[in-house]
Every structure is written in C-alpha cells, then in structure tokens.
Ligand binder design. Structure first.
Ligand code: COA
Length: 256
C-alpha cells in the first residue's frame, strides 16, 4: 500500500504508522508529486489498521522547508489555485485521520512544512527545529491552511506578527507559544519520545479518543451526541466496569 510511493516511506511500529517525506536533497520541499502522494497516502491511512501516526521528514536538516519554490514560481493563477487546493486537501487529510497524529519536527519547518505540522494533533520538536511562515518574503501568503491554523494555536495578534515578519521561530519559543508540545535534544530522542507518548496514550480507548478528536471545535450539540453514542460501546462498558472493579481496562472496541 503506502510503500509504493516514490517520495514517501511508511512503516508501522507497535500499531503506530511512521510516514516520512523523503526528498532530503531538497530539504523535503513539497512539490506536486509529494503533495499528490501525501493525498493518496492519507486516503489509505484513514482506514489503515493503525492507531496513531508519526509524520516526519527524512534527514537531519529539515522536517519540510516549504512548498517547492522552483515548481511554484512559473505557475499561472489557475494552477496556483489548484496547488493551494491540493495542499489544503492534504492538511485536511491529516486533520481528519481517526487517531492521534504527531509531527516530529527536526530542523526547518517553513511555509508549507509548518502548515503540514500544524494540521497534526501535536508537534514534538527537536532543539534545532526552526518554524516560520516566510511566504511574505516571496510575495506570497501561506496557502495550505496556515493563516487559519496558526491563528487558532497562538491567537490572532501573534499569528499576524509571525506571518507579517516572516521571521524564524526557535524550538523554545515554539514551545512557549504552544506550537510545539515538547522539545527534545535530537532527532533520535524526538522519535523515541513520540513512540513513548503513543505507548502510554494508546492504553486508553481509541474509540473515545476518536470521538474526542472529532468533537473538538464542533460545539456542544455534537459533544452531547458523541457522549450518548459512547454509551452503546463495549469500550465504555469495559472502562467503567474496570474502574468499579479496581482493575486495568482492556479496551478492544473497533472504531468503525
Ligand atoms: N523549495 C525548493 N527547493 C528548496 C526549498 C524550497 N522551499 N528549500 C530548500 N530547497 C532546496 C535548495 O534550493 C537547495 O537545492 P540545490 O542544492 O539544488 O540548490 C537544497 O534544497 C538545499 O537548500 P539550501 O538553501 O542550499 O540550504 P541552506 O542550509 O543554505 O538553507 C533554508 C536552508 C531552509 C534557509 C533555505 O533552503 C530556504 O530559505 N528555503 C526556502 C524556505 C521558504 O521560503 N519556504 C517557504 C516556501 S513558500
């Protein structure tokens, strides 16, 4: 399945998928091929037998250094619109995966790279991570959902400041701003801590995590409905029964 793509690699460790953009000679810049392959991979990943996803870039220098400027430069307006739509579909694809996702950011996460990382549930960063939306330096704006997502994460004023200046945000500042959840010494530690996070979190009910993820941002009516739905699931019966019987829950419920 996902292993057939030219610019992506995919593996599974303990029910957690690891999806890697593999174009290190161009700092994993997102050209149309990478974006198309990501779109295809995300469609497959939606129903893959995994319970979490780590998304990262190949090599030590960059997560993703942005959309591919060489490919973007000659685009006509109509083609640029399609390029932006494709990028937005990819970020929406990450956002709608039915399990938790962590972007492991090592090195540069600029422009479209930062935008991809923001569409994952969390960002774990290494010390050398650099975030930024430098599009204004190219006479552009973020086109893969970054204007909206950054505002949601850091608030309107700070998002404007980062976007209008196009400046770099260090890993420590990213943590202070709530962009990165954690900062680790290097890429090896970053990857192993992401796996550890899943080891702990996936002891919880994947069904309930999926519902919690779906409901965030959708308002109280949806929350009430999801809450009610969960009362028909084996996981809810097991979770509450185990608590009352003072034992650890053994969750087995399927998402779909
Ligand atoms: N699009 C296309 N190619 C890119 C790229 C991008 N966004 N980012 C890096 N590359 C390519 C470089 O052109 C270079 O290719 P080459 O070896 O064939 O010349 C290769 O990746 C290595 O990058 P280089 O610039 O030599 O590395 P560096 O360490 O000197 O600088 C950056 C690293 C990230 C500061 C610099 O590459 C950069 O500014 N990239 C663009 C970032 C950006 O504006 N992103 C938003 C795009 S909308």
């Amino acid at each position: 399945m996902i292993s057939n793509f030219e610019t992506l690699s995919f593996s599974v460790v303990d029910e957690v998928g690891v999806l890697v953009v593999n174009r290190p000679d161009k700092l994993n810049a997102l050209n149309i091929q990478v974006l198309r392959e990501l779109k295809g991979a995300l469609t497959e990943l939606k129903s893959a037998p995994i319970r979490g996803l780590i998304f990262t870039g190949e090599g030590e220098k960059a997560f993703i250094a942005g959309a591919d400027i060489a490919e973007m430069a000659p685009l006509e307006p109509g083609e640029a619109l399609a390029f932006s739509e494709l990028g937005q579909l990819v970020t929406l694809g990450f956002e709608s995966l039915p399990y938790p996702t962590i972007a492991c950011v090592n090195g540069f996460a600029l422009g479209g790279g930062f935008e991809m990382s923001m569409s994952c549930d969390f960002i774990f960063a290494s010390k050398n991570a650099v975030f930024g939306l430098p599009e204004v330096k190219l006479g552009l704006i973020p086109g893969f959902g970054g204007t909206q997502r950054l505002m949601k994460i850091v608030g309107e004023r700070r998002a404007k400041e980062i976007m209008f200046s196009g400046r770099n945000v260090t890993s420590d500042e990213a943590k202070n701003l709530g962009i990165a959840l954690e900062v680790y010494a290097d890429k090896a530690q970053l990857m192993s801590e992401a796996q550890n996070w899943f080891k702990t979190t996936l002891k919880n009910s994947s069904v309930a995590i999926f519902k919690a993820k779906s409901v965030m941002g959708q308002g109280l009516i949806e929350e009430r409905k999801m809450f009610g739905d969960l009362f028909q699931t084996e996981d809810m019966v097991e979770g509450t029964t185990a608590f009352l019987e003072k034992r650890k829950a053994q969750f087995k419920g399927k998402i779909l």
